[in-house]
Design a protein around this ligand. Structure first.
Ligand SMILES: NC(=O)c1ccc[n+]([C@@H]2O[C@H](COP(=O)([O-])OP(=O)(O)OC[C@H]3O[C@@H](n4cnc5c(N)ncnc54)[C@H](OP(=O)(O)O)[C@@H]3O)[C@@H](O)[C@H]2O)c1
Length: 260
């Protein structure tokens, strides 16, 4: 099956790298150097014209920035029919907006990815318009599953998803920054503190994911009575901390709703 892309930027490359058979991939990209780079790296067909992609591929990822969606839609809409499926990764573009832009005939899937897609460890939430065939949703799950984890949800959950996993990389990086600064205050070199913080964040997530262990027993297990972690947690485990995290997510979700 031919898989197309409107836009071949950073996120598109993350998805492309997860596609096993790249022979059938065709990408439209405005920036000539970028097109040449991806052609060289992955051997995929490139064009500067989104219409070429709409003609050649029935299953197309929409991976341009939000402000470019209407221009792309205006060009390709006359070429799209009920055999086309558009998979949008564009932040804030609801299924209703996509339907308005690309027409009622096409099948629509909306994905909220996060930046970690570029490191093959993304978190993608997926929802689909009512008439979109289940096999298309399965294909999106299969492709994006090659670049991290996926979950199929109702669109009503997308503001919360945006707040948690969409914006989440910045929050975890902020936590890492705080850990690095704390480590430096204790005398570590910044690069060493960063390695310690980052590998600990990565390893903790990996362990929790692989073990499936509940969070409370895990935390309590590390906090041996009278030990170092317990002494540290005494400072962190105060109501204000979780209140700040909850308020952070609520503000991001509110903004997501406003932008949609
Ligand atoms: N980055 C993230 O963490 C993240 C997370 C969630 C969702 N997303 C969504 O992912 C989408 C892509 O983000 P990105 O970071 O990959 O953006 P990006 O790197 O800027 O890639 C978009 C590419 O599409 C090209 N383009 C725009 N209009 C085109 C057209 N008509 N024909 C051909 N190519 C065209 C752009 O060229 P020009 O530069 O010349 O315009 C650019 O090279 C965005 O909608 C964003 O909301 C991103």
């Amino acid at each position: 099956m031919k898989i197309g892309f409107f836009g071949a930027g950073k996120m598109a490359e993350g998805i492309l790298s997860a596609i096993e058979d790249k022979k059938g991939v065709v990408m439209a990209e405005k920036v000539a150097e970028r097109a040449a780079e991806l052609k060289r790296k992955y051997g995929v067909a490139m064009t500067a014209d989104v219409k070429e992609v709409a003609k050649k591929a029935k299953f197309v990822f929409l991976a341009v920035r939000p402000q470019d969606v209407d221009a792309v839609a205006a060009e390709v809409k006359p070429l799209l029919g009920e055999k086309h499926t558009i998979v949008s990764i564009v932040a804030g573009k609801t299924l209703a907006k996509l339907k308005k832009a690309f027409g009622a005939k096409v099948n629509l899937v909306r994905v909220m990815p996060n930046l970690a897609l570029r490191a093959n460890a993304g978190m993608c939430a997926i929802c689909a318009a009512a008439k979109t065939p289940a096999k298309d949703v399965k294909l999106v799950e299969k492709i994006l599953g090659g670049a991290g984890a996926t979950v199929v949800l109702k669109e009503k959950d997308f503001d919360a998803v945006t707040a948690l996993s969409g914006s989440g990389p910045a929050y975890f990086a902020y936590m890492e920054e705080a850990m690095v600064e704390g480590g430096v205050k204790l005398g570590l070199k910044p690069a060493v503190a960063r390695l310690l913080a980052e590998q600990t964040m990565f390893g903790t997530a990996k362990f929790l994911r692989e073990s499936g262990m509940a969070l409370r027993p895990f935390i309590e297990g590390v906090c041996t009575k009278g030990g170092t972690t317990a002494a540290g947690m005494e400072k962190m485990d105060v109501p204000a901390f979780k209140k700040i995290v909850a308020a952070t997510l609520a503000a991001a979700a509110k903004r997501s709703k406003e932008l949609a």
